[in-house]
Design a protein around this ligand. Structure first.
Ligand SMILES: [Zn+2]
Length: 326
């Protein structure tokens, strides 16, 4: 259950009081009540005739941005609305639901989860509250019962308060996807592709043939270095090859701008992952020293891309480790 509007109003008042008490200043001025409750801006961008998305900020999740750091897709199917990913807090999800109501009277019937990372699923309960059916890849069950999920939520309740709190709960799917399949949702076919393990074990990509739009989740990053994390780099590369074959007109990633040149952007992520594997494979297999191996690589093809400094070394290290465990 999500908290009511009054619940939020009370929380916001508490927060405003806390901010006042602490003399919380930003750029020399007090954050106004309205700025706190309304920021960041959440709007729907049209990417094809009946498909929209809300684009999260290029940032880490903070109380000020309400954890609005990931994207959500919105497909207006003939009989209802299908949402892809639920955003990073129940409050954001409620704002997305309000935005959807400005473009259609149709009910929100389904929400499809591309993977169980906090910034994509903490809003799920708001969609459940409006009667939407939650669809996710079956490996998500493993995450939901893991210590990682429990600890992540505990930390988020502290770091992202009041937007993530004791009322925020992880939501299991109503329908688990165990194989690739085409399902008819609100009158339209949706191709659900089991593309994990890749970015996570439970990745699910969604292709909407009627709109020729692909929702790639966190498998595709446009023009920036991805965060590889403890991903399955070999699985990720082979899944990207499957997505490249679809050749959609438009692709919506889990973060950042949508792509009108998916072939190029899917290839960029695939080639980067392949570059990491090609350069880390021998040293990892030979049990060489990672630091030496990292220094020996000419990283110039990727050094000028955003997030290279923040992510590349950790990505290389994660791929180094994952190759050793293959
Ligand atoms: Zn993710």
């Amino acid at each position: 259950m999500s908290i009511s509007f009054q619940g939020y109003a009370m929380k916001i008042q508490q927060m405003a009081r806390t901010c006042l008490a602490l003399g919380f200043l930003l750029a020399g001025s007090m954050i106004s009540f309205a700025a706190w409750t309304q920021s960041p801006q959440l709007k729907l961008t049209q990417v094809s005739l009946n498909t929209y998305y809300a684009e999260g900020l290029f940032a880490l999740g903070t109380p000020l941005n309400q954890n609005f750091i990931s994207n959500a897709g919105v497909v207006l199917a003939p009989e209802g609305v299908v949402v892809i990913d639920a955003l990073g807090s129940p409050a954001l999800a409620q704002r997305l639901i309000a935005e959807i109501k400005t473009i259609t009277n149709k009910p929100i019937t389904h929400v499809i989860v591309t993977h169980y990372h906090a910034d994509h699923v903490y809003g799920l309960q708001a969609f459940r509250d409006v009667g939407a059916t939650i669809i996710a890849q079956e490996q998500g069950k493993v995450y939901l019962t893991s210590d990682t999920a429990r600890l992540r939520l505990e930390v988020s309740r502290e770091e992202l308060a009041p937007w993530i709190d004791e009322q925020t709960r992880l939501q299991a799917a109503d329908q688990w996807v165990s194989t690739d399949q085409t399902v008819v949702l609100s009158g339209w076919p949706f191709e659900l592709m089991k593309v994990g393990p890749a970015h996570t074990p439970d990745d699910l990509a969604v292709y909407v043939p009627k709109e020729d739009v692909l929702f790639a989740g966190d498998l595709m990053f446009q023009g920036r270095i991805p965060y590889v994390g403890n991903a399955d780099s070999a699985g990720w590369i082979s899944s990207l090859n499957r997505l490249i074959k679809i050749a959609p007109s438009v692709a919506v990633p889990g973060h950042g701008p949508f792509s009108t040149d998916p072939a190029k952007d899917l290839l960029f992520t695939r080639d980067y992952l392949q570059f990491l594997r090609d350069n880390m494979y021998e040293p990892a297999r030979n049990l060489d020293d990672f630091d030496e191996a990292y220094k020996a690589v000419d990283w110039s093809p990727y050094a000028s891309y955003p997030l290279f400094r923040a992510a590349n070394r950790m990505n290389a290290y994660n791929v180094f480790l994952s190759i050793q465990s293959e």
